[in-house]
Design a protein around this ligand. Structure first.
Ligand code: ADP
Ligand code: MG
Length: 293
């Protein structure tokens, strides 16, 4: 499947591409974002004489990638001739395509362009906007499947639905295996970052050791039911940790965090023990020498 983006500079194509790419991946769809900028930026300076090479090479990359992945083309694709070239590449590979047209008012584009340092002169954006060959205006093959106003919230699941529906190959896939794959990836999304995995393992170990120590010391009486209660409590505690948020924090210090977890878990256990003590009279009273009190 070839996903052709169309839009003026600063409309948000690269931002949109990255997000769409991730969302497709989380749905179990392997994909890659390609565009002429990738090759263009390999040159020390911009010169019009490099442009033919840049475009040809990008087309070759797209052609190869299309054999294996969904390809998102992050380019202005300003002329319908460029869109035609891309569609030809899709046809040659017997793949479907969708055209996604990204829009925003000209003043918004100029403002966004200014904010990122005006690498593209304002006047060029204005003249491009005036001469813009809007997709679908001249030819029906060029009609956008999706129009995205980048000033509004973007509904990626709706966009992905439209893309997948257009994909012949996808229709052949049995929906159950797609669902399984998607579930698997959703699980990975939650747990795959190495930091999270290591953290989870460490927290798992720390909390297990604390429970073990409590049992050994007789703070938690060695009785099958009691042990079960505390193992359940441990699970509940682990669930209550919001690891996703922790991982996102910038200056996250693992050691400090784990120390905090250790103290917090001991406190959590001690409070539970206190509750149980109240419930069961003084049965749970052997609580001297507990760490963290
Ligand atoms: P393009 O690739 O179309 O030139 P970018 O994705 O690089 O555009 O975005 C241009 C600027 O606009 C960037 O500074 C980006 O942060 C900002 N931007 C992108 N998408 C949005 C959006 N939906 N809303 C607000 N600002 C955006
Ligand atoms: Mg861009």
């Amino acid at each position: 499947m070839l996903i052709i983006l169309v839009g003026l500079p600063s409309v948000g194509k690269s931002t949109f591409s990255k997000k769409l790419s991730k969302e497709l991946y989380f749905k179990g769809i392997d994909n890659i974002v390609l565009g002429t900028d990738i090759i263009r930026e390999c040159f020390p300076v911009w010169d019009s004489k490099y442009e033919k090479y840049i475009v040809d090479t990008t087309y070759q990359l797209i052609n190869n990638a299309l054999k294996e992945f969904y390809v998102i083309v992050d380019d202005t694709n300003y002329y319908n001739s460029k869109r035609r070239d891309l569609i030809n590449i899709a046809n040659k590979n017997n793949k479907d395509y969708v055209i996604i047209y990204l829009t925003a008012p000209l003043n918004v584009l100029i403002e966004r362009n200014k904010k990122r340092g005006e690498k593209i002169p304002k006047d060029l954006i204005i003249s491009m906007s005036n001469k813009f060959d809007e997709p679908g205006k001249k030819y029906s093959w060029d009609k956008p499947d999706i129009v995205v106003n980048t000033e509004e919230d973007i509904d990626f699941s709706k966009i992905i639905d439209i893309i997948v529906k257009k994909d012949k190959k996808c229709k052949k896939l049995d929906s159950k295996s797609m669902e399984e794959k998607s579930k698997d990836i959703a699980y990975k999304r939650e747990n795959s970052s190495p930091t999270n995995k290591i953290l989870l393992d460490k927290i798992d170990k720390i909390t297990r050791e604390i429970i073990g120590e409590y049992i050994k010391k007789g703070i938690i009486p060695k009785d099958k039911n009691n042990i079960k209660i505390f193992l359940e409590l441990r699970k509940k505690y682990l669930k209550s940790l919001n690891l996703k948020d922790i991982y996102i924090e910038k200056n996250f210090k693992k050691r400090e965090y784990l120390n905090k977890i250790e103290k917090e878990f001991i406190l959590f256990l001690n409070n539970k023990l206190k509750d149980l003590e109240d419930d069961y009279g003084k049965k749970w009273s052997k609580r001297s020498g507990i760490k963290g009190e």
